[in-house]
Design a protein around this ligand. Sequence first.
Ligand SMILES: *Cc1c(COP(=O)(O)O)cnc(C)c1O
Length: 496
Amino acid sequence: MSSTPAGVAPLTLSGDATVAEALASLQRTGKGIALLNDQAGRLQRVFTDGDLRRFILAGSRMDAPLGAIEHGAPRTAPVATTHAEALAMMDRWIVDQLPLIDDEGRPREVLFRRDLANRIFLSSPHLGKAELDYVSEAFASNWIAPLGPNVDAFENELARVVEVKHAAALSSGTAGLHLALRILDCRPGDTVLCSSLTFVASANPILYEHAIPEFVDSDPESWNMSPTALERALEQCRRENRLPRAIIVVDLYGQSADYDALQPLCEHYGVPIIEDAAEALGATYKGRPCGGFGRMGVFSFNGNKIITTSGGGMLVSDREEDVIRARKLSTQAREPAAHYEHKEIGFNYRMSNVLAGIGRGQLGVLAERVEARRRVFARYVEQLGDLEAIRFMPETPGSLSNRWLTTLTLDPSVEPRRLLDSLGRLDIEARPVWKPMHLQPLFRGAAFHRHGGNRDVAAELFDQGLCLPSGSNMSDAQIDRVCDAMRAALTNRQPS
Ligand SMILES: *Cc1c(COP(=O)(O)O)cnc(C)c1O
């Protein structure tokens, strides 16, 4: 039994197990299947929820040993069975699980229909155990309004995790970026620099304020804002006497930008950084958490992010006055007066106490989620690393990525769109890398500052980049299914 694989061990019952113990095991694992092996570790019986229900209805006692129950030989398949063959067998036998056994008859793996037949999402929400308790507390105490104890606690807890002094919980990350520009007194016509390779939410707030976006290229190693491009952009702005109001630096796909190079530049020109860490909660740079490298940092808790409140965001800063401003502007900029007094434009951007409850639960499992996403990445590298046609997004020196998404670039000989089609046909949701902002019709005519020479690094990454399914709740079998499909498509084999 010493060699029982990790995926099989929790499902395995000892030889003298009873009906009651089998039921307890099914309840514990939630996998719908329990295995009974003999002394040599060979599979003897397979029990499902349905089997046990039938035994009990037929009068079996709870303390009856499983070995004594009349039960047919288990449905199994050899380890070399492909996923497609396994699905066909499950259909034929009307079962949802299939143990794979080696030549000795020992179970090596159990395949589950839901892993093989269901759509694999790019990044789906992954709830823990505590979220519902916090939400229930909000219901029980009737704190359903925006604001409330969960909001305060979520702000404090997040500030502690990302090692900043203050935080304001908001309705979205986009709202956070918008408020950050407002707090920096961004005016119509002001220049704002922004990473080009990002999601449109990084740049939309610049347009909300009728400011003028200029986009900065990526560094080919980090995929994040190129310090050389930024330096040239700032120098040009200074010459033209229109230094930017702010620089929005994105930590792309969970990897920190190179702040040791970017910060001194921004300080030299006296331009504040807004760190768009929407994708990078839990990541670090030189041991410090992402989100704290600018004058303000912004996180998102949208449904696809590493942790979620279904929708939400946070603005963080070490400057208390910035966060106090954010709280005021996000609640309609109400002046301190019992009647409703207003001197400036405000927004309805605050997070609700119910959603903050989800956030508190999610924050409690953040470290696990980061570990899980990094594990997903490592499994992809382990299985696909030998393929010459792909290169995974590098982790730059000093940065610890949360690997929110596993991303890679393909050799120019591969057509990413065709690869995406092949994956799509197998119900695998992969995506191209973000389309850079300077290539978007929305920002036609906006200035773009290249990394160097004629190279448009952001466009290259877009042309040849790919994001693989990366959810922290992916099973090994699901990752393997993606790997099978990738290898098949890249080596022109038929997928298994
Ligand atoms: C998700 C995301 C945002 C926006 O966050 P929302 O909460 O969806 O508004 C901003 N920037 C980046 C880079 C993002 O990935």
